[in-house]
Design a protein around this ligand. Structure first.
Ligand code: PMP
Length: 404
């Protein structure tokens, strides 16, 4: 059982006030707050271990390199990858998806090919593919979203055909909270010999993920959404595929030998990590992963599920409440509209009460179009949130409602 009171003390920011009111932070899908151990890990690395990695023979450089590589091993274990060669450090999910789209397309996609994404993707799993589609002339096919906010699996089956070269899908929707049946999707795609990439930005912080058990060929996530620092993220890629993909960026670190006539590239994972990496970010991400594992991913998932069910039942009592996304399999995200109140009015007024929620299209404009709405109000939870905070959200929404 999670001791919320103890956990909350690990996060200095949760003790602060905004507009003279206690902060109720319900924007965890955008970014999570940082425990003191992560903040300390960053400070400690700059105070004691800072030197450029992978280059120097001197003590500090070796130490920083060892610490970064130890963090890579922590990531490998955390997501159940087979080898650290398959763990690429990036700036976040967005860069992971851009790297993947750019290198995968260069290696495997041409005119006449198709890839499949879904109607509930974040822009970072749409636009990188559109950029490459313009370059290489392949087609992007879309799995439709049902009224409940689930993927239409019959339509998905019908989209698979011999031209399909990749399926790229979000594990959890950042708008609807829907947990997609990625295991089934991967099984189906693999039965046609098609690899699958998974956007794990909203899953890795909330549910136990094992990329090998899932069978994912690629898996992306962001450090800052799992209590780590901003500017660090991960792309897991199966070695067999990654070895066939050309580098994403050129520069230091990603080469074996450079001449003006011919350059040869470094081995995995360094081939995809050009330039000085955010080694301090990697180290602190490792600390964040240690932290959540100490609490336990199963415990986190169970507590957040309970919190989400509580919120759905409580907020459901509010007259005019309309949830956007009603899938039975869901994670800690609730999107809603209340009567005719514009989401940004709701968000602004809740903010004055100290309640931080997200409003707008949540970088998923095609999904907003599908649902026929301009945006939503989104409350997203972490294991450090409490039922009392959900009570405060309900009271806040009712207060705003009374004003309209
Ligand atoms: N995919 C999903 C599902 C997300 O929720 C987000 C962040 N909102 C991203 C991708 C992009 O993540 P980042 O901004 O950390 O690169």
């Amino acid at each position: 059982m999670i001791s919320i009171e103890r956990i909350r003390k690990d996060f200095p920011i949760l003790g602060r006030e905004v507009y003279g009111k206690p902060l109720v932070y319900l924007d965890n899908a955008a970014t999570t707050q940082k425990p003191q151990c992560v903040i300390d890990a960053i400070s400690e690395a700059y105070c004691n271990e800072n030197a450029n990695v992978h280059r120097g023979i001197h003590f500090l450089s070796q130490q920083a390199t060892d610490m970064m590589e130890a963090a890579r091993e922590k990531v490998r274990q955390f997501i159940g990858a087979g080898s650290t060669e398959e763990i690429i450090f990036t700036r976040g999910t967005t860069e992971s998806m851009n790297l993947l789209a750019s290198s995968f397309a260069a290696a495997f996609l041409k005119e006449g090919d198709e890839i499949i994404i879904s109607g509930m993707e974040h822009h970072s799993n749409i636009v990188p593919w559109q950029i490459q589609a313009q370059r290489y002339g392949f087609k992007i096919r879309i799995i439709p979203v049902t009224d409940l906010g689930e993927l239409d699996m019959d339509a998905f089956r019908a989209l698979l055909n011999p031209k399909t070269k990749l399926v790229s899908i979000t594990h959890v929707s950042n708008v609807l909270g829907t947990v997609n049946p990625v295991s089934g999707i991967i099984g189906l795609a693999h039965s046609h010999g098609i690899p699958v990439a998974v956007d794990g930005a909203q899953s890795v912080p909330h549910i136990k993920v094992n990329v090998q058990e899932l069978g994912a060929d690629f898996y992306a996530f962001s450090g800052h959404k799992i209590y780590g620092p901003t500017g660090i993220g991960v792309l897991y890629g199966r070695k067999e595929l990654m070895e066939k993909m050309p580098p994403y960026q050129g520069g230091g670190e990603m080469i074996k030998r450079v001449t003006f006539e011919k350059t040869t590239y470094n081995e995995l994972p360094y081939r995809f990590e050009a330039g000085t990496p955010d080694y301090v970010g990697s180290i602190a991400l490792g600390t964040a992963l240690d932290y959540v594992q100490e609490i336990g991913m199963e415990q986190i998932a169970a507590y957040e599920k309970e919190l989400c069910a509580y919120a759905l039942s409580l907020l459901g009592e509010i007259p005019g409440m309309r949830f956007i996304g009603n899938a039975p399999e869901r994670s800690a995200v609730i999107s809603f509209l209340v009567g005719n109140i514009h989401p940004s009015d709701m968000g602004t007024l809740l903010d004055r009460l100290g309640i931080a929620v997200r409003t707008g299209h949540h970088c998923a404009e095609p999904l907003m179009d599908r649902m026929g709405i301009p945006g939503t109000v989104r409350a997203s939870f972490s294991f450090y949130n409490t039922k009392a905070e959900i009570d405060a959200l309900k009271a806040g929404i009712e207060r705003v409602r009374a004003m309209f």
